[in-house]
Design a protein around this ligand. Structure first.
Ligand code: NAD
Length: 413
């Protein structure tokens, strides 16, 4: 077998799926590595550094794609910018693809992979188990996004984050509210604290209270029982109408006093909950900043414009959709370690061995041998074929898999 690393073709994408350090690890497992020329340029890894690590550089992208046995990527296959064909059509039949496939948002792509008998694994479906932690690319990207959200907020805000005692008097610290205390939210809380802001963390899952407080922030979530707030796998679930109202009222009061609000709230497989209505933005102090990290799933704020920034009622609202990609060095390093750990699970004595009895391999597999293995995606595609409500969702639409379904759609932040 060989492993191929393609140059990412997404507009503005600067990350690379495999860094030279990981090439060394893959080579040590007895597997040759082919890297497309320039693949590491956006994250400052030269072709020479890949050659030193033991990779072979391929200058012709057509040759790289058509010769791939196992292709490693970050983004799902896209129309290739120079070869005039879709990358999923360039891959050889029966080859293996590993990337952040986001299958529930890319149903047409999944259909192509099935037709071409490509075995695909989605890094966003890695189970959230202790054994799979090293492969958890979602957490890696959420860490980068949570950090960068605070940097973006600080750069956008018209005031300091820390309290400053100056000859011109004392300047009050900024008040930062982080909504959603998952991986991205906790990283945002930690970063805002390091910059000296007064930080509050809000979440509907009471389980995160201790984590928020351990970072030096105040937990301001509503008093909702654990059973009401989260499912068996620890993810948030949709709330009852009464609990929703209670949570909304509390949140509205906290938003009003914040200078910066960073939102990260998600429910797996569903559009992001709308937690900041337009009226709440109107009540904020002019000059306040909102960073909506759920913008790619529709946004937590009603006024968010995904992929851009808008100013409403004197409040700057950012809706970044690929913030992790703005830290290409560390985001690539983390992703590369995650995908390499996953790849090495598939390699025995230098050969590809797919052991579907292994829960990580099984749950991460989307298509194999002309069939859809990923249950939520199969249900969605069968639903679409039958013209049912769930299946009628657009192939680009936000997922509607059962909340908490293992491997349900997750964002790559
Ligand atoms: P996520 O991206 O699914 O959601 C972000 C946060 O939004 C969550 O904390 C969620 O509770 C919150 N949220 C959802 N709806 C909300 C609402 N209406 N109001 C306020 N907040 C709302 O979360 P994630 O970062 O992927 O992490 C989800 C869980 O998985 C966490 O418990 C995390 O600790 C756990 N996790 C476990 C592992 C592991 O064991 N390997 C790895 C990563 C994450």
């Amino acid at each position: 077998m060989n492993v191929s690393v393609a140059k990412e073709s997404g507009v503005g994408e600067r990350r690379v799926a495999v860094t030279p350090d990981s090439v060394r690890q893959i080579r040590a497992a007895g597997v040759p590595v082919l890297v497309e020329s320039g693949a590491g340029a956006g994250s400052f890894h030269s072709d020479e550094s890949y050659v030193e690590a033991g990779a072979t550089i391929v200058s012709d992208p057509g040759a790289l794609w058509s010769g791939a046995e196992v292709l490693l990527k970050i983004q799902p296959p896209l129309p290739h910018p120079t070869l005039g064909r879709h990358e999923a059509e360039l891959l050889p039949e029966k080859s293996v693809l590993v990337c952040m496939l986001r299958p529930l948002s890319n149903l047409d792509l999944v259909r192509t992979l099935v037709r071409r008998k490509i075995t695909s694994f989605s890094m966003d479906a890695i189970p959230r188990t202790t054994r799979a932690q090293r492969m958890d690319a979602l957490s890696s990207m959420a860490t980068a996004a949570g950090y960068k959200a605070v940097i973006l907020a600080a750069a956008s805000a018209p005031r300091f984050f820390p309290m400053l005692v100056t000859a011109a008097g004392t300047l009050a610290p900024s008040r930062v509210l982080v909504v959603g205390a998952g991986v991205a939210g906790l990283q945002a809380i930690a970063t805002a604290r390091r910059l000296g802001a007064i930080v509050e963390g809000y979440d509907i899952r009471p389980a995160v209270k201790e984590e928020v407080e351990s970072l030096g922030a105040t937990f301001v979530g509503p008093a909702i029982s654990k059973e009401e707030a989260q499912d068996a796998s620890g993810y948030a679930k949709a709330l009852s109408a009464e609990a929703q109202q209670k949570a909304k009222d509390l949140l509205r009061a906290r938003i009003r006093q914040a200078d910066v609000v960073i939102t990260t709230a998600r429910v797996p497989g569903l559009p992001a909950p709308k937690l900041i209505p337009a009226e709440a933005v109107a009540e904020m102090k002019p000059g306040s900043v909102i960073i909506d990290l759920a913008a790619d799933m529709g946004g937590n704020c009603e006024l968010t414009a995904p992929g851009t920034e808008v100013v409403k009622h004197g409040v700057v609202i950012h809706g970044p959709v690929r913030l992790a990609g703005t830290l290409p060095v560390h985001a690539s390093q983390m992703y590369s370690r995650n995908i390499t750990a996953f790849l090495l699970l598939l390699v025995k004595d230098g050969n590809l061995v797919l052991d579907f009895k292994d829960d990580i391999v099984r749950e991460t597999c989307v298509t194999h041998d002309g069939e859809i293995h990923h249950a939520p995606t199969r249900q969605r595609i069968e639903g679409a074929a039958a013209g049912s409500g769930a299946g009628a969702a657009s192939s680009q639409g936000a997922g509607a898999a059962a909340p908490g379904t293992p491997g349900a759609e997750r964002s790559s932040a």
